[in-house]
Design a protein around this ligand. Structure first.
Ligand code: ASP
Length: 465
């Protein structure tokens, strides 16, 4: 981190960096630039490692940022230097003996970042003082203790991190916290929610995962509302399960609490991206009020009995079936030593005949193969069509309405918990322990409003004025 901060070309590579070198410019230089598209004056901002190689980014004196393409630059000269301060003004987080104690475990993602208004750089905001500085309402809700476990975007979360997070969550519960909040990037939050649901069983207090789609510098940010509602649900809420707390509707009316094994990110950018699949959400929450929508949840308890089983066998995979898939895909997995394969099959749980021989070879090699659905809603039913029956005979095990990602996580966990006992793994996989398989699905749950259709428009006009 420090080395990266000192890098004079922070985040700049390729042609954009060549332009900087040519004119003797580094990040934080105040420059005047002549380009084929006009003249600009501003501060050269650092860029993230993942940004493109073509543009330099200037914060203009107006406060707006502008991207200048390398091949438009005619001249650039340094007129000053003004380095950013990475520190957010910290305020002491006031504690109140009447408030519940909440532990916030940070893993990274947009929720853990804020933009420095002055410079445009994204910086981490994480200590209680920083959080209080950014979201002062938190101090009215709970006493917050924060611990940063990782600082990664969520594509970098994986089994290694799941184990640490599960142990730390168990520790916080045993230490007596009234609730745990896990700050996480949204992209793979549902994987981690599933991992925690299996690794930390029967918790006596709420474990709430929270993220944000938009960072807190943006007027439309969901970070503060999500954090406020998540902290409230963790400190005061009655539901003691692993849940995801994110924007419910498109506006900022309330948050939804989704069960950790039934939730999925369903839109790349809108704030109400998390949806419960195969069921309805557990509850609605807005500051100071939690309204359950179902009644099959586990209630908060006073004891500290929690079963932490932090184990994961990484030799498992999730394969999304497509028409035309060849047997060699499955063979390659078996040859590479994978011990478990979850297939996301078509319709009621189908794959083509081409891969039958490979499924047979997998079974002979002791590799467990499970079937889930690409449709997300509905149950695997392999007795309906001949294809289904044939696949069952090849030893493929149906997983009812378990979501594909959840099945992948559960299989890694089950193989990790019972490395020597395939029968126990099968038994665990086919028994619902955290709501990952249900008896039935609500008939109206999947009716996600489809805009553009007359009756939906009519309904929306009545509701949204
Ligand atoms: N790419 C980010 C992540 O998942 C997005 C976010 O935090 O919402 O870590």
């Amino acid at each position: 981190m420090n080395a990266a901060k000192k890098d004079p070309f922070r985040g700049y590579r390729g042609p954009a960096r060549e332009v900087m070198e040519r004119f003797g410019i580094t990040v934080w230089c105040e420059v005047q630039a002549k380009t084929t598209r006009g003249d600009f004056e501003g501060l050269v901002l650092p860029r993230s490692e993942t940004s493109d190689e073509l543009h330099l980014v200037l914060k203009l004196t107006s406060g707006y940022n502008v991207g200048i393409r390398h091949d438009t630059v005619l001249e650039m000269s340094k007129v000053g230097y003004r380095e950013a301060h990475y520190q957010i003004p910290e305020k002491d987080f006031p504690t109140d003996p009447g408030h519940p104690e909440v532990k916030l475990l940070g893993t990274g993602g947009t929720i853990a970042s804020r933009l420095d208004y002055r410079t445009g750089a994204v910086i981490p905001a994480f200590s209680p003082g920083e959080l209080y500085g950014s979201v002062p309402e938190l101090a009215d809700i709970c006493n917050l203790e924060t611990e940063k476990l990782f600082g990664v975007f969520s594509e970098n979360m994986g089994p290694e991190q799941y184990l640490i997070l599960a142990e730390k969550t168990g520790e916080a519960i045993r230490e007596g916290f009234d609730g745990v909040v896990v700050g996480h990037g949204t992209d793979t939050m549902h994987h981690t929610a599933a991992a925690l649901s299996f690794m930390v069983q029967r918790p006596p207090v709420p474990i709430i995962m929270v993220g944000s789609q938009r960072s807190s510098d943006r007027p439309s940010s969901d970070a503060a509302q999500n954090l406020i509602n998540a902290s409230w649900a963790a400190g005061h809420g009655p539901i003691a399960e692993v849940m995801v707390c994110m924007f419910g509707p498109t506006s900022d009316l309330y948050n939804l609490l989704h069960r950790g094994t039934r939730v999925r990110k369903m839109h790349s950018s809108v704030r109400s991206t998390f949806r419960t699949l195969g069921d309805i959400p557990l509850a609605m929450v807005e500051k100071g009020r939690l309204t359950p929508l179902k009644d099959d949840w586990r209630p908060r308890r006073d004891d500290r009995d929690v079963l932490v089983q932090a184990a994961f066998d990484e030799r498992v995979t999730l394969t999304y079936y497509y028409p035309g898939m060849n047997a060699d895909i499955v063979d390659a997995l078996v040859e590479k030593g994978y011990r478990g394969i979850v297939i996301a099959g078509t319709g009621l749980g189908h794959v083509n005949r081409l891969i039958y021989p490979a499924l047979e070879r997998a079974r002979e090699a002791g590799v467990q193969v499970y079937m889930t659905l690409q449709t997300f809603w509905g149950f695997v039913q392999m007795h309906v069509y001949e294809t289904g029956r044939e696949i069952l005979e090849l030893g493929v095990i149906p997983l009812a309405n378990m979501l594909p990602e959840v099945a992948y996580i559960k299989l890694g966990w089950a193989l990790g918990v019972h490395p020597e006992d395939p029968e126990k793994v099968k038994e665990l996989m086919t028994t619902s322990i955290a709501g990952e398989m249900t008896q039935r699905e609500p008939h109206d749950g999947y009716l996600i409003l489809q805009g553009g259709i007359p009756e939906v428009q009519e309904f929306l006009e009545k509701v949204w004025r």
